[in-house]
Write a protein that binds this ligand. Structure first.
Ligand code: GNR
Ligand code: NI
Length: 175
């Protein structure tokens, strides 16, 4: 397993439409394992392949609490096949937008279909925070970040802040 660098926005690699996997084979399982290790190392609850520079439609999620045993969920080619009529606003963060948070309005419940780590088709219904996390991760596969769901004013404020931090960090490395 390996911890991979997480791409920080703004970055064109976070805007790409990712490609479906043909099947969950050993190469995809290695990607999933590396993503999970990277996610745990960053204390995230989900990670999409695009965030570590892959163009695959692959997501990992673990919403277990720190004191609970790990409960990893591995998804390839996930699709949302049903959403509830009711929406709710919840605060979101993103490992690719460090220390930036905004309320995002999304359906409160969803049904998702995907290929699991053993290449088996599975589906289940999720609500509340799990539904938020799945929708957030699936957005990444289509180049969508949580800031794309908020006002342009607030989005640009966050992206400008990150651009500034990146510039300062690049200068610090250059010295
Ligand atoms: O770790 C994460 N926390 C989080 C909190 C609220 C809503 C979504 C998320 S996902 C995020 C990790 C991440 O960036 N996944 O793409
Ligand atoms: Ni994210």
């Amino acid at each position: 397993m390996a911890i991979l660098p997480i791409i920080i926005a703004p970055d064109v690699r976070l805007k790409a439409i990712c490609k479906p996997v043909d099947a969950v084979d050993d190469a995809v399982r290695t990607l999933m394992d590396d993503m999970l290790e990277t996610m745990y190392a960053s204390h995230g609850i989900g990670l999409a392949a695009a965030q570590v520079g892959s163009d695959k439609r692959v997501v990992v999620i673990d919403m277990s609490k720190p004191e609970e045993p790990a409960d990893p969920l591995y998804m390839a080619n996930p699709e949302i096949i049903w959403v509830s009529d009711d929406d709710a606003a919840r605060e979101e963060g993103c490992l690719s937008l460090p220390e930036q948070y905004s309320e995002v309005v999304r359906p409160t419940a969803i049904r998702v279909r995907y290929l699991d780590r053993d290449n088996e088709i599975r589906e289940f219904e999720a609500e509340d925070y799990m539904a938020v996390c799945i929708q957030h991760e699936l957005d990444h596969l289509d180049g969508v970040l949580f800031v794309d769901h908020i006002s342009a004013l607030r989005r640009n404020m966050i992206l400008r802040k990150l651009t500034k931090i990146k510039k300062l960090e690049a200068e610090a490395v250059a010295v």
